[in-house]
Design a protein around this ligand. Sequence first.
Ligand code: CO
Length: 465
Amino acid sequence: MIRETKITDTTLRDGHQSLLATRMKIEHMLPIAEKLDSVGFHSLEVWGGATFDTCMRFLNEDPWERLRTLRKAMPNTKLQMLLRGQNLLGYRHYADDVVTEFVKACVRNGIDILRIFDALNDVRNMELAIKVTKEAGGHAQAAISYTIGPVFNDGYYLDLAKKLVELGADSLCIKDMAGLLSPAAAYRLVKKIKAKLDIPIQIHCHYTSGMAAMTYLKAIEAGADIIDTAMSPLALGTSQPATETMVATLNETDFPTGIKLEDLNGFASYFKDVRAQYKEFDLSKGIVDANVLQYQVPGGMISNFMSQLSQQNALDRLPEVLDEVPRVRADLGYPPLVTPSSQIVGAQAVLNVLAGERYKLVSKEVKNYLRGYYGQPPGKVNEEVRKKIIGDEEPITCRPADLLEPELPKANREIGSYVQKEEDLLSYAMFPQVAKKFLEDRYAGNTLVDFDILKTAHGSYYPFP
Ligand code: CO
């Protein structure tokens, strides 16, 4: 039986986030936008994740303007984004009023599909974003953060999938940020979920360990509906498998893509040239990182360790840090290593090694984590460690955002005079320092990327060569 496989191209989000430190500018997206829009992809992942922060912090681009511009340039294909549940696109929990208004604004400005995840797989941190997405008319894709460890058997994932479907998820994503999902495990897991739940399944793998293209093929054989890929110059390494490779492969199976290989001509040369313009941010350290298989940490974490340790003149302690990561992770109840838990675990592992005594120095984030402010970890926290760090303080057990007062009124008092549109207030509520500088600069007349000038300069938004 022939069953079509759908493709989400991630070049304009995860592709450059994974390989070029999220630095791709709108001016390198627009010339190719019309052509991307004409391929017939299931969706294009173009926004969310780290792109929002980077736009304001480094690129002098209004992230909302980027979204509206991309929407206009690509009217025919669904646009997709990545959202960290109650953390939105930031690194802490935001109050419900911020989450509600932010999600509504995403849909209003052009996002069709929101992929929503939580670093601890605590569904209470995802439920509001799922609910508001649906109310606003968007497609709520709930993501399972995939990892391996003592608590993560198929039963764990199946339970999680059921809960997400009960919350109203329109589709599920198995999100493998570290490249740990093996072909055999993917086959088994997709089979089991499909046997129990009638819902589309999308697979999101990073190539880091070298398994991802094989994993996709096995997941599709087991019934997966959609895969994430990036155009070859921004694929592989810590990014996704290549779009061209998967289309060529799948079109010879019973799970063809509906996309002709020749329709992908031209993208490789275009993005090869684009990538060459971001050499200083090019993080790639080769195609396969065998450390990932051994240490089971995302590739990005290892490069973070290297830069943190070299600042302390302690690069020689990298092996100790890599050994410490799984111990910290076990103490914290096995959080999947994805933003922000990967940073929390990683920074603490470095502290434990450099301080010469475990948990002698403890980050604020680890304290808050042990107080329950990030939600319920998948496994049991090491109570001795908890006691050493927060003493007799009783951790919270409620949904963390239940303790947060509305945040928009305060944001409005603080930044109201610089706000030109409702979305500016949301930018500020998420990233106060970065957005304040950005909005003040704009107010002072400092040049932002001018989307209208881009349009004139190119004659149109999309003069594909
Ligand atoms: Co990703």
